[in-house]
Design a protein around this ligand. Structure first.
Ligand code: GDP
Length: 366
């Protein structure tokens, strides 16, 4: 399964955030063992549309969809030159599909900062430098190999890779991540094959002070991170890891009261989960009308048979068609009957590209 990896310097709040995530996950009825491994946690994707579907088409059970976070601990500085632990850190990042980069954006004299002062930009660059150096090394190695073949044999595949490497090298040398370059579809395949660290999508999470949780984007530290993210082709959000950990431990009543006090409508964690889910290019379709109202995860761009296969491989193999209703149409018309009468229920075939929010019923041969 796809996983989002949490990285950051020591003492910035990674474990706190990961705890909040797994605690929220540990309450899930369907996943009593939310922590698969010490550093892997399963989370539910909060989705208000599920409640609305359940309201209109009641079922015995509501089942949200889930995905994984991985907590990537380990040393950071010098990792790209490091043996053992350093390499392990980079190897662990290589395994994840998106990077959630936690940055300290709170002052607290009691919590030691590795470099002695709170400086979000310096922190970010400490990590990014290691990632860029590791990629540069990989690209240079590959370059040395491919250049000769490309220039002597004029082999098409080698030439195509050579052209990609020629673009990557100067970018990395100028400290720009691989994701900052725009690729066409063929080039993208070549880039994917290089398994670079800086081609993965990134979300910067500014870990702000608890006092800022009601208005987490108001602080100067956050602003610095946001400006950096915009230039770095990355996304950004602010959260207070400590406050989220506390919220995750509360029962529903306390939670509601606490959030009202803070003037927020949902935990920041929900936003983090949704943002990471999107970063992984994941989308949701629903099934309803049976025993359960359920959300399912698919990759953006998947066609109907593949999406059916998410539920069961038999559904994909024997796929005939998918009776499809957009969530917004159900929401607007209020019942499946009314949707049908309005002509908004669609019969979709094998080539249909599933849309986020589709409510689907698959017809298949056994
Ligand atoms: P990690 O090394 O990145 O995993 O960092 P931890 O999650 O262990 O956090 C390091 C210390 O910072 C712990 O004592 C946390 O309680 C504290 N911490 C984490 N988030 C916050 C925060 O938002 N505000 C304050 N004041 N302390 C925090």
């Amino acid at each position: 399964p796809l996983t989002a990896g949490i990285v950051g310097l020591p003492n910035v709040g990674k474990s706190t955030l990961f705890n909040a995530i797994t605690k929220a996950g540990a309450e899930m009825a369907n996943y009593p063992f939310a922590t698969i491994e010490p550093n892997v946690g399963m989370v539910e994707v909060p989705d208000k549309r599920l409640d609305r579907i359940q309201e209109l088409i009641p079922a015995d059970k509501v089942v949200p969809t889930t995905f994984e976070f991985t907590d990537i601990a380990g040393i950071v500085k010098g990792a790209s030159q490091g043996e053992g632990l350093g390499n392990k850190f980079l190897e662990n990042i290589r395994q994840v599909n998106a990077i959630v980069h936690v940055v300290r954006a709170f002052d607290d004299d009691d919590i030691t900062h590795v470099s002695g002062k709170v400086d979000p930009l310096e922190d970010i660059e400490t990590i990014n430098t290691e990632l860029i150096l590791a990629d540069l090394e990989a690209v240079e190695k590959r370059y040395a190999k491919v250049e000769k073949v490309a220039l002597t044999s004029k082999d098409k595949t080698a030439l195509a890779e050579y052209a990609v490497l020629e673009k990557l090298k100067p970018a990395l040398e100028a400290s720009r991540p691989a994701r900052s370059i725009e690729w066409n579809e063929d080039e993208q395949k070549i880039v994917d094959g290089l398994f670079l660290l800086t081609s993965k999508p990134v979300l910067y999470v500014a870990n702000v002070a608890e006092e800022e949780m009601a208005d987490p984007t108001s602080g100067a530290y956050y602003q610095q991170v946001a400006d950096y993210a915009a230039k770095d082709h990355a996304e950004v959000m602010a959260i207070s890891a400590r406050a989220e950990e506390e919220i995750a431990e509360m029962d529903d009543e306390d939670k509601a009261e606490f959030m009202e006090l803070q003037g927020i409508t949902e935990p920041g964690l929900n936003r983090l989960i949704r943002t990471a889910y999107h970063l992984l290019d994941l989308r949701t379709f629903f099934t309803a009308g049976g025993k359960e109202t359920r959300a399912w995860t698919f990759h953006a761009g998947m066609k109907a048979p593949q999406a059916a296969g998410v539920i069961h491989s038999d559904f994909e193999r024997g796929f005939i068609r998918a009776e499809t209703v957009a969530f917004d149409d159900l929401d607007q018309y209020g019942s499946m009957k009314a949707v049908k009468e309005a002509g908004k229920r669609r019969s979709e075939g094998k080539e249909y590209v599933v849309q986020d929010g589709d409510i689907m019923e698959f017809l298949f041969n056994v």
